[in-house]
Structure formats: C-alpha cells, structure tokens
Design a protein around this ligand. Structure first.
Ligand code: GCU
Length: 675
C-alpha cells in the first residue's frame, strides 16, 4: 500500500542518475544478532540498495573489506577493522558517516546510532545524492519521544488515523506488524521511545496480562532502537491494587509502585520510563493528599531509578476559573504550579511542557515555564496530531509554528536563552532534556489519516535531532522521499505546505485570539462562542466594543510578568507587542489600529478572506499534479483538499459573521454582513 511505507518507499532511481556510482562490494554489519539495530541496519541497507539501485548486495557479519559499506558501533569497528582517524567523540545515539574514498563507514556511538546512520545514508541515496561526505552528527537531546494517546479499548483520544495499532478490547493486540513498521519509521528519523498509552491512563494497563502484552510491543520495537514507555494512572494503587490510599508518601503505596515497576522491568529490562499526567482535567494526583507535584513525580523517579528509567511529568496542570474575575488566567497556571518546585525534582524527572501556556493553539507565546525551571530537566511537548488545527482534514505543515517557540529567546537573567537550548539541557547545564510529540497514528494505511500529514511526523524527528535545521529543506527531503523528483510536485507541495499555517491562522483565529474552534466537544470547525462564558479559561473577552485578554501586569492578569524582564517589558507594552499576539496580551477596541495600519476588525475580515482564498489554491495546485502522482494517493489527497476548500469558506463566513453581528462594524470591502 502506498501510504504504509511513509517516506521509506525507496523508489527506484532512474538508472541514468547513478551510472557513475561505484557499488559497494558488500554490506558488513558488525553484529550477527538478529534483534540488534546493527543487524537491522544491514537488512535495511540491503533492501534499500535493491529497491533504489536495483543491486543485490550481500551482507556479511565479519571480516573487514575496504570497499564495503560497514555499519556498526565505533567500538565494533575498532575490533573488526582496527582504528579509524578523524572521528570526533560522539554523543549518545550519534553517528559518523563517511562516503569518501572506496567504501562507506557508518559508525554509531551505540547500536542505535549505527542504525540512524544507515537510514541517513539511505535517505541520501533515495534522493539521488551520491556526494562524498564525512561528518559526525549528534542529537540535540537524549529524549526524543513520541506519545500515543491510545486507550486500552483501541480508541485514540484526539487520533484521526483510525483505531490503535497497539490495543483492542482492553488488551494488547496479537498482530504487532504495524507496531513494528511504526518503530521502523520512527528509527529512520532518530526518535527513540514511544509512550504507547494515553496520558489519561487506565490502571488496567498494569495487569500482569497487559504487562506481558507491553513486553511483546517492546520486543518488536527493540531491533529498531525504540524503547517503550508507559503512562500511569496516579490512583492505580487504590483502583487496581486495592489499597485504601494512593498517597505518594504512604509506604504501602511506595511498595506497590516499586513492585509493579520491578515486574515491568523483569519483562522489559530496557523500559524507557513513565509518563504522568496528575491533578489535571480530573486525573488523580498527589494534591488530593496535600503532597506536592514534585512528591508525585519523585515517587516514580525512585521506582525506576535503578533501572535507568525516566519520569516525564506533565506541566499541563490547571483549574477551572471564574470568568467574572478580570485577573483570573489559565495561562498562568503552569508557572504557578511548577515555578515554586524548581530544584525539587529528582534527577531522572523531566517536566514535559506544552509549547504554549494554553493548549496547542494556532498561535501562542512560548510557555514562560521554560524560563522558571533552571534546576529541573525539561522537555517540550508538541502535537503532530492536528487536534485544534484541522484534524488532518486541513493541510497544516506545523514546523514553522513550532519554530516560533523553539527559536524564541527568553532572555533569562538578561542572557541568550533560546528555548531549543533550554530543552537540550545546554542553557542551564542539565543532564537530561528533550522532546515529546503527541503523534496518534492509527491503523489507517496513511498512519495519520492523510498522506500529507506525514511531513509533520518526519519533520518532528528531524528537528528533535537538530532544531536548527531549515524547515523548508526538511520538507523537501520528505517530498522527494515520498513523491519523487518531479519539480512541479516538489514546488507545488512545498508552496502549499509553507502557506498552510498562515492560511489556517488567517481563516481561524487571528492576532493571538486563539484558534476559535469549538473548544467544548470536538475541537473541530469554527465556534467562537464556545470560548467564553465557561470555566475553561480560553477566553477572548469579546463584546461589541472590544476584544482580547488583558494579560498585562499594570491592568490585567499579570501573566506578562511571568516572563524574564526584557520579554515581560515587550509584552506589557502594546506598542512593542507583535500584532500576531496582540489579543493574547491586550484588551483593545475593535477599531484599535495594528502596526500594519489596519483596525483589528478589518484585519479579521481581510485575513479570513485571504486565508480561505489561499486554501482554494491548494485544490488547484493539487489538480495540476494529477498525472505526476499515483492515482491512489492523488485521489486520497484530492478528497482532503476538496473538503478543505469548502470548509475554509465555512470558517471564513462563520467567524466574520459572528464578529460582524457582535460589533456591527462594516467591512471596508463590503463583503461581510447583509447585502
Ligand atoms: C487537551 C486534549 C485532551 C488531552 C489534554 C492533555 O486538552 O483535548 O484530550 O487529554 O490536552 O494534553 O492532557
């Protein structure tokens, strides 16, 4: 099937493009154990050569031939072939790739690194790149995880690619073929763990039968260097264990968790660790017993510590609020809960922070919590699944959005403090840190429910490896690997993808007002009325005169004061607040003039027309590619763009009419309202 292979299609190259290329004499994979990533790398290289170049190349596991493609760890290479010059010290999971001279050397710091190197080399070949290179590359951070929000019954919370590839009917599915294929895709982009079950976790994940099932998943992940992680339900000692309490400081509770952890590690000795959502959105947590969130996190940290496990503890904690209180603000919650706990977490705890302070909106300022945890490990949480962002029915290439946060300089202590250097551990000299993305692939043969949505998963892995990578060139690698070399295809998909986030923002929520999608039930489609008049705290405070959340210290919620001084000053002042976050930080009249010179209301009207118009061009562009893409994928994507072109108009008119009705302010171009 055309979707299953994702970007690992390894389509044949036209023979003219590789007539000068010298074939390797053999593939030397320096490990003969079939479950090792180095062995798998040998197999991948062999099938890659066969598919891309049409050559059958033999695999060996011993000897040392200069004209071979050698794959293994640096240490294995030394044993087999003697030393090698010029390789700098590699970080965990890093690799050296040299195609210079006769053979090719792909040498990992560990087994997994060797496999990553093999995939990188294959990616070059598949793109017709036979250049001579010799370089070492290391990941930006050790934690490069995927979160799946899969429930034990097989449904997936906020999943748009069909039911779970892991679970059905309360247990782990028999056939783990798709789990194996998933691990392969993830390894090819340098991702190293999957938390397989939903953060809103079910305690029954931890029954002996299910631990055995999780063990089977870990077994199929392992050859790809992918580790398994587990989301926990904080109340499990009570609901599953039958204890009278789940107090994290109670000795029987501590013993219960240790016991379950020991059982898990008996079956899965390389289990990555736990992911914990506690005291959030109705999930149980330590606050029930007046214990701190750090007490809660450290309970698990101690249980996994001797096994080398990690606890990812989510910062997504907030309470329902009273909208009549002008100073109430959900955006402040993470810093309020976690700021005072800095330094109180064990060394194997990582606080996992969503990119913005609310919830994966189309535009948010960088979460200020990144500037408060100087003595705590942190990771950034992204969403590949397009929860508020069109749910894979709209094209939205997310990396440009992610970059607004990754590249943001928080100026902690007046010094450069770019978010990507905070999560890597570099800025505050932390031993651990990294990346998590909610991905939510399902059994759909496109994985995510849409062929084009896979560019986001691909780019997530590439950015987690190196967040300074250019997002457009990542995209073009993905297009070549997925759709080939036709320039119209490359240019067309590039343009649509790069236009997609600005377009979606234009026809949904502008100027930092949030996405304006329905927030109460579906998180899909326009519903600006759903934002206000409830306790969720995603308010717009729009009325017939004015709009926006006043988050200033001087007159509002005080949120802007959670940033370090230079950033706080920028957001406090309406003149230095960028237009695209104006309504996030300030409450203004609809007739307030932006830096662009337009009024707020006219900006809304115009942006909605412009964004919907851009979405119409996606359909036209796609139709122009008809004979250049196989029929199956062409038709699948055509259906999506047909839908999006209509739905963008629904968005445009719903939002424009809503605010026209509210304000009565006419559209200067006379498109909105009764005529
Ligand atoms: C969002 C999402 C929920 C999810 C929550 C979380 O609010 O809609 O489905 O459980 O985030 O990240 O915990």
């Amino acid at each position: 099937d055309n979707g299953l292979a994702g970007w690992l299609r390894y389509a044949p190259l036209p023979s003219s493009s590789h007539s000068d290329y010298t074939r390797p004499s053999s593939i030397l994979a320096l490990n003969s154990t079939a479950s090792s990533p180095v062995y798998v790398a040998g197999q991948e290289l062999q099938s890659g050569f066969k598919n891309i170049l049409g050559d059958h190349i033999e695999i060996k596991h011993s000897g040392c031939q200069p004209s071979a493609v050698v794959v293994g760890t640096v240490a294995q290479y030394k044993d087999a072939c003697g030393g090698i010059d010029g390789i700098p010290e590699l970080a965990e999971d890093g690799f050296w790739l040299s195609t210079k001279g006769n053979g090719v050397q792909i040498l990992g710091q560990n087994d997994r690194g060797a496999l990553y190197g093999a995939f990188e080399y294959l990616s070059m070949l598949a793109q017709g790149n036979f250049s001579q290179v010799a370089y070492a590359t290391n990941p930006s951070a050790p934690i490069r995880w995927v979160n799946q929000w899969d429930n034990m019954d097989g449904s997936i919370e906020r999943g748009y690619g069909g039911p779970s590839i892991f679970f059905a009917n309360g247990t782990i599915v028999e056939d783990l073929t798709r789990a194996t294929q998933y691990a392969r895709l993830l390894a090819s982009i340098g991702l190293n763990a999957v938390v397989v079950n939903n953060v809103n976790a079910n305690a029954t994940t931890l029954t002996p039968e299910n631990i055995e099932g999780l063990g089977r998943i870990a077994d199929v992940f392992r050859p790809y260097g992918v580790q398994l992680g587990i989301s926990l339900n904080f109340a499990s000692p009570q609901t599953l264990g039958g204890l009278p309490t789940f107090d994290p400081l109670n000795s029987s509770v501590i013993a219960w968790w240790q016991n379950v952890t020991d059982e898990i590690y008996r079956r899965i000795p390389d289990m990555a660790g736990y992911l914990v959502k506690a005291d959030s959105e109705g999930e149980p947590g330590p606050l029930t017993y007046n214990r701190t969130l750090a007490d809660g996190a450290n309970l698990f940290a101690k249980a996994v510590k001797n096994y080398g496990g990690i606890v990812m503890f989510r910062a997504f904690v907030y309470n329902q609020l009273d909208e009549s209180d002008w100073k109430a603000d959900r955006a402040k919650a993470a810093v309020q809960f976690f700021g005072p706990l800095d330094g109180k977490f064990d060394s194997n705890v990582v606080v996992q922070i969503k990119y913005g302070p609310i919830d994966f909106q189309v535009r948010e300022p960088t979460s200020p919590l990144f500037a408060h945890l100087l003595n705590t490990n942190t990771a950034m949480e992204l969403e590949v699944t397009q929860e508020y962002l069109g749910q894979q029915s709209h094209l939205l290439y997310l990396p440009p959005l992610w970059k607004t946060v990754l590249d943001f300089d928080l100026r902690v202590d007046g010094k450069q403090s770019v978010v990507r250097d905070i999560i890597s551990g570099k800025r505050f000299d932390r031993p651990l840190g990294g990346w998590a993305a909610v991905v939510n692939v399902g059994t759909n043969t496109t994985w995510l429910g849409s062929h084009l949505a896979m560019s986001n998963l691909y780019a997530y892995g590439r950015l987690a490896w190196n967040p300074t990578n250019n997002v457009e060139s990542i995209l073009q690698d993905w297009i070549r690997l997925t759709f080939g070399f036709d320039l119209n295809v490359i240019n067309g998909i590039t343009k649509m993808s790069m236009d997609s986030w600005p377009a979606y923002e234009s026809y949904s929520g502008n100027l930092g007002i949030q996405t304006l999608t329905d927030i109460l039930y579906t998180h899909f489609g326009p519903n600006p009325a759903s934002q206000d008049n409830n306790g969720w705290g995603q308010w717009t405070r729009a009325d017939h005169l004015s709009v926006g959340m006043d988050r200033t210290v001087s007159n509002g919620t005080g949120y802007s004061g959670q940033y370090p001084a230079e950033i706080a000053a920028m957001y406090e002042n309406i003149d230095t607040t960028p237009d695209d976050l104006l309504l996030w930080f300030h409450h203004v009249n609809w007739t307030h003039r932006l830096h662009s010179g337009k009024t707020v209301i006219q900006h809304f009207y115009d942006a909605h027309y412009a964004g919907a118009e851009t979405a119409q061009t996606f359909l036209q562009t796609w139709e122009s590619l008809k004979d250049k893409i196989d029929e199956e994928r062409y038709n699948d994507v055509l259906t999506k763009f047909t839908y999006q072109s209509g739905h963008s108009i629904v968005w445009r008119d719903a939002i424009n009419d809503f605010y026209w009705n509210m304000t009565g302010i006419p559209d200067a171009a006379n498109r909105v309202g009764d005529h």
